[in-house]
Design a protein around this ligand. Structure first.
Ligand code: UD1
Ligand code: PEP
Length: 424
C-alpha cells in the first residue's frame, strides 16, 4: 500500500490550482446517462472515484473517454445494461447516483446498496422513498435495489418529495429523475450545496426545466427528452478548504487559483477568526498566515450548506490541534466521523471525544509518527498534521486520499512541502 512521507515544519508559499469538484463530477457523470446524445464534461478531476464511476458506466454499455486535460466525453446512446453491480459499487457510495437517471430513462434499474462506510451507516432509505413517490416499484433483495415502473407506465411521474433530513445525493438523484418525469416535481428540504446547483446548471444545459436550485425548494418540470451538452465542473470547495487549512496551520502565503471563496464562507470566517488572512483576489483565494501558536483555536458545528461542511471538520481539527486555546467541535451529520482523532493523538494532539463532540486543546507542537488514514478527509487532516509536526510523519493507506484528491502531494510539493509518495 502506498504511503506519504512528510517532513514537517516548512511554510507553504506559491500557487495551487484547484481541481474540479469530486462531488459535482460524480453526479454529472451519472447525469450523462439521461440522454442518448454525447455529453462533454470539462475540468473533471483525476481521482480514483472518477475512474470507478467511469468503469461503472462503461460496464452499462456507455462509451466514455477521458483525456489528460480533464475532458471526459460520454456517449450513453448504446447503454444496454441499467445495472450497478456490487463489485463496482463497494468502494464508492456515489454509485447510488445511477439509480435516478437509469430509472428515468429506461424505466428500470438494478443498483447495489453501497457498502458499509467508515464515517457512518449512510442508509439510502430517502432515495428509495423519493423514487417510490415518483411511481417506481422498488424492492431491496440480495443487497440490490431493484427498481422498475409499474406495467403500462413508461415514465416516472412528478411528485412532491419532502425528505426526513437534508440529503445531498438524495436531492441529486431526485433532480435527475424528475428532469425526465411526467409533470412537476417539487423537492422540499432540498440540499443547497454548490454541487447541487452545478448539477442543475448542467441539466438545464441539457434541456431540463429547473428552478430554485441553491434553495431548499426546487421545482422541476419534466421534459420528454434531454439532449447532449458541454459542461465545466465547478471548482472543488473541499480541496480548496483543505489547502486553506494547511497553509493557515503551517504558515505561508498561497494563492488558490480557481478557488471559490463564495462557496466557503463558513470555513473562511473561522479561519479569519483563527488569525489567518484570507482574501478574495482576482482568479481565486489568497491565504496568509504566521501559523502555529499565532492561531486561536475555533469551535464549530458541522451542518448542511451553507453551514460548516462535515467534509472540512477533520482538516480544521488539525489546525485546532496546534492553535492556542481550546475548541469544541460538534459533528452533526455523520455518527462516526472522528476516526482521525486517535491518529492525531499519536502525533501528540490533546483531544477528548464524547459522542458527537470533540474538545481540542491546542499544544505547542506535534511530533511526527506513523499514522493510518481511515477515510478520505481523515487522510487529508493527517497530512496537514504531518506538515506541522516535528520530524517525519508517514501517512499510511493512501487509497482513501486518492479517492478524492487530485495529485495532492505534487500540489503540496509545488508550494514548498517536503512530502513524497512511497510506493508499496
Ligand atoms: C458524493 C457526495 O456528494 N458525497 C457527499 C454527500 O454524501 P451523501 O449524499 O451520501 O450524504 P447525505 O447528505 O445524503 O447524508 C446526510 C445525512 O443523512 C443521512 N441519510 C442520507 C440519505 C438517506 O437516504 N438516509 C439517511 O439517513 C446520512 O446517513 C447522513 O447522516 O454529502 C455529505 C454531507 O455533506 C458529504 O459528506 C459527502 O462528501
Ligand atoms: C464523504 C465523502 O465522500 P463520499 O460521499 O464520496 O464518501 C467526502 O467527500 O468527504
Amino acid at each position: 500500500m502506498d504511503k506519504l512521507l512528510i517532513r514537517g515544519g516548512r511554510p507553504l508559499n506559491g500557487e495551487v490550482l484547484v481541481s474540479g469538484a469530486k462531488n459535482a463530477a460524480l453526479p454529472e457523470l451519472c447525469a450523462a446517462l439521461l440522454t442518448a446524445e454525447p455529453v462533454t464534461l470539462l475540468n473533471v478531476p483525476q481521482l480514483q472515484d472518477v475512474s470507478t464511476m467511469l468503469k461503472l458506466i462503461r460496464n452499462m454499455g456507455v462509451v466514455a473517454e477521458r483525456s489528460d486535460d480533464g475532458t471526459v466525453r460520454i456517449d450513453a446512446g448504446a447503454l444496454n445494461t441499467p445495472e450497478a453491480p456490487y463489485e463496482l459499487v463497494k468502494t464508492m457510495r456515489a454509485s447510488v447516483l445511477a439509480l435516478g437517471p437509469l430509472l428515468a430513462r429506461f424505466g428500470e434499474a438494478t443498483v447495489s446498496l453501497p457498502g458499509g462506510c467508515a464515517i457512518g451507516s449512510r442508509p439510502v432509505d430517502q432515495h428509495i422513498k423519493g423514487m417510490a413517490a415518483m411511481g417506481a416499484e422498488i424492492v431491496v433483495e440480495h443487497g440490490y435495489m431493484i427498481a422498475k415502473l409499474p406495467a403500462g407506465r413508461t415514465r416516472l411521474k412528478g411528485a412532491r418529495i419532502t425528505t426526513d433530513m437534508v440529503t445531498v445525493t438524495g436531492t441529486e438523484n431526485f433532480l435527475m429523475a424528475a428532469a425526465l418525469a411526467e409533470g412537476e416535481t417539487v423537492l422540499e428540504n432540498a440540499a443547497q450545496e454548490p454541487e447541487i446547483s452545478d448539477l442543475a446548471e448542467m441539466l438545464i444545459a441539457m434541456g431540463a426545466r429547473i428552478e430554485g436550485h441553491g434553495t431548499s425548494r426546487i421545482r422541476i418540470q419534466g421534459v420528454d427528452k434531454l439532449h447532449g451538452c458541454t459542461h465545466r465542473v465547478v471548482a472543488d470547495r473541499i480541496e480548496a478548504g483543505t489547502f486553506l487549512c494547511a497553509v493557515a496551520a503551517t504558515g505561508g502565503d498561497v494563492l488558490l487559483r480557481h478557488g471559490r471563496a463564495d462557496h466557503l464562507d463558513a470555513v473562511i470566517e473561522k479561519l479569519r477568526e483563527a488569525g489567518a488572512t484570507v482574501q478574495v483576489v482576482d482568479g481565486g483565494i489568497r491565504v496568509q498566515s504566521a501559523g502555529g501558536a499565532t492561531l486561536k483555536a475555533q469551535g464549530f458545528r458541522t451542518t448542511e450548506y451553507p453551514g460548516f461542511p462535515t467534509d472540512m471538520q477533520a482538516q480544521f481539527m488539525a489546525l485546532n490541534c496546534i492553535a492556542q486555546g481550546t475548541a469544541t467541535v460538534t459533528e452533526t451529520i455523520f455518527e462516526n466521523r472522528f476516526m482521525h482523532v486517535n491518529e492525531m493523538l499519536r502525533l501528540g494532539a490533546k483531544i477528548q471525544v464524547d459522542g458527537k463532540v470533540a474538545v481540542i486543546e491546542g499544544v505547542p507542537r506535534l511530533s511526527g509518527a506513523t499514522v493510518m488514514a481511515t477515510d478520505l478527509r481523515a487522510s487529508a487532516s493527517l497530512v496537514i498534521a504531518g506538515l506541522v509536526a516535528d520530524g517525519e510523519t508517514a501517512v499510511d493507506r493512501l487509497y482513501h486520499l486518492d479517492r478524492g484528491y487530485d495529485c495532492m502531494e505534487a500540489k503540496l510539493r509545488g508550494i514548498g512541502a517536503d512530502i513524497e509518495r512511497v510506493k508499496a
